[in-house]
Design a protein around this ligand. Structure first.
Ligand SMILES: [Zn+2]
Length: 235
């Protein structure tokens, strides 16, 4: 993808997914003038092995960490849907919430988790978020008779999104060079202290670096992020 989008919507199942998988791309586009908006689907309240911590305490911590990470990248807004971690379902209500954000933000590109991995394990919330975001882009946000009340009650016009980039795909076809924004990506990932700094044994940074090198090798540069691209007609 050579061109920089003007408006970008990121659907992230948990706090930290967006920074880990596409933070370099987002930082690059923001530097080039793009406006980036997040929809954070769950509160991340189950992401700890620490005995004694409650889901509510962890959710509050992760909320702060997500806002800090988004600020590092320069994200304009984080809309939180507040589902409990691990409980995303493919419901009409969730789909409507994503359609609302698509119609509000009017993105050129939506980034979200790959819903269709065959051979690699993937969090259930990642599969569900990818599927529902795909459906929300096409056809629900596009066709005005779907969730017509978003127009009649909230004044939100239908919107045609041109591109979805799925992160975490088994077979990526789109590589974005993040050589100039790798440092800012790592800083954003490290803002998720409960996941990274306080759990060095998880080796999140090593994993992020390995992914960046592997994607770079495929994409013909030092460091990249890898996506599967789906395009839609917008005219
Ligand atoms: Zn996740």
């Amino acid at each position: 993808m050579e061109e920089t989008p003007e408006r970008v919507l990121v659907v992230t199942p948990h706090p930290d997914d967006a920074e880990i998988w596409c933070g370099g791309t987002l930082a690059r586009w923001i530097r080039q003038g793009a406006e980036v908006y997040y929809v954070l689907c769950t509160d991340g309240g189950k992401g700890s092995e620490k005995p004694g911590v409650t889901a509510d305490e962890l959710a509050a911590t992760r909320d702060r960490e997500q806002l800090a990470a988004a600020a590092v990248l320069g994200v304009k807004e984080v809309v939180k849907l507040g589902y409990p971690d691990g409980e995303l379902e493919d419901t009409s209500e969730f789909r409507k919430q994503l359609v609302r954000e698509i119609r509000r933000v009017q993105p050129d590109v939506v980034l979200v988790t790959e819903p269709y991995r065959r051979n690699l394990a993937w969090h259930r919330d990642h599969r569900v978020a990818g599927q529902v975001a795909l459906d929300a882009v096409f056809p629900y946000a596009r066709d005005h008779l779907h969730f017509g009340e978003l127009w009649s009650e909230e004044g939100l016009e239908p919107h045609k999104t041109g591109t979805i980039l799925f992160w975490g795909a088994e077979q990526a076809d789109t590589f974005i060079d993040i050589g100039e924004t790798l440092e800012i990506k790592l800083e954003a990932v490290q803002a998720h202290r409960s996941q990274v700094a306080e759990h060095p044994q998880r080796e999140v940074i090593d994993y992020v670096m390995e992914r960046a090198r592997d994607a770079g090798a495929e994409g013909g540069c030092a460091y990249a992020e890898a996506f599967r691209k789906v395009t839609f007609r917008t005219t």
